[in-house]
Ligand binder design. Structure first.
Ligand SMILES: [Fe+2]
Length: 298
């Protein structure tokens, strides 16, 4: 686990530098610089991160055609306000980038939880519009990206980080990103589960190397073992829910509260239609949603 973490941080040398710089810049800043962001966080953030000293700026964004959530996280305690986007959608890239610009953030990573079958990722498009942004996806996803992450890696943005937990089963390359564990990280923790765990449901397991047996193990070993107050932010929602907790899903998830054999039977009998976007989305998402432009344009 540790060597993987180190190798990832070697791949992104400024990651360590940014973390070091931000940790040394914890002196109070002029209130005129902080006030707009603090007010925005009070209005829209689900958490302000008591442990993180209010460093985390968080936004949950929605793409209505595919009912996809995109998540924006930034360390506003760092002078550069480095930010990451989780699961951006091609149709809403301009909205997301405009928000990032308005908030004065510096987008450094466009990340996916997995290779999606129901929408085209926005990561490739973002790279054509914002210089220096790197795309991130799990190595097991076998898709194109700038950085390939594995279980146990930590992805730093400023002094905050996301821990990578492998949660295969919906697809072979699914990961869950979890905010850091530590006195200087957001409390409660936040888990971005993609389609491994959806509020009161889970992603289908009949395509893309899916396995109901594997999904059950992934959720129970990697998500349900997190602190009970961990906030669960899914990749999609079709009923109007926005957030859940580990405690809630442990009590009320109608599939994953069952024993494994019952869960497998449920998943085998969902009788879902063939995914309408899969033939378009899968090939596109294997190359970041868009062919890379020539190097001179990046
Ligand atoms: Fe999916």
């Amino acid at each position: 686990m540790v060597p993987l973490l180190r190798s990832f941080r070697r791949l992104i040398p400024h990651l360590s530098a940014a973390a070091a710089a931000s940790s040394s810049s914890s002196a109070p800043r002029p209130i005129s610089r902080l006030l707009p962001v603090v007010l925005a966080m009070a209005a829209y953030s689900t958490v302000s991160g008591a442990g993180a000293g209010g460093r985390l700026l968080f936004r949950q964004l929605f793409e209505k055609e595919s009912s996809t959530y995109t998540y924006l996280l930034a360390d506003v305690g760092d002078p550069e306000k480095p930010a990451v986007l989780i699961d951006p959608v091609d149709r809403t890239v301009d909205r997301d980038l405009n928000l990032i610009k308005e908030l004065g953030l510096k987008l450094i990573y466009a990340m996916n939880t997995h290779v999606h079958a129901d929408h085209v990722t926005g990561t490739g498009l973002i790279k054509t519009k914002v210089k220096g942004v790197k795309s991130v996806i799990a190595k097991a996803g076998r898709a194109k990206a700038d950085h390939f992450i594995e279980h146990g890696d930590k992805i730093y943005f400023g002094n905050l980080f996301l821990e990578v937990r492998a949660t295969p089963g919906h697809t072979a390359g699914c990961v869950t990103y979890v905010t850091g564990d530590g006195h200087d990280q957001p409390v409660p923790r936040m888990a971005f589960t993609g389609d491994a765990l959806i509020i009161r449901a889970c992603g289908r397991t009949d395509f893309q190397g899916g396995s109901s047996d594997q999904l059950y193990e992934s959720v129970h070993s990697q998500i349900f073992t997190l602190p009970k107050d961990t906030l669960v932010y899914p990749g999609h929602d079709y009923k109007g829910f926005t957030v859940s907790t580990v405690e809630e899903e442990l009590a009320y998830n109608p599939r994953l509260t069952k024993d494994k054999e019952t869960f497998k039977t449920i998943m085998e009998n969902l009788n879902l239609a063939y995914p309408t976007m899969i033939d378009v989305a899968l090939p596109a998402n294997l190359v970041c949603g868009i062919q890379d432009p020539p190097p001179s344009e990046v």
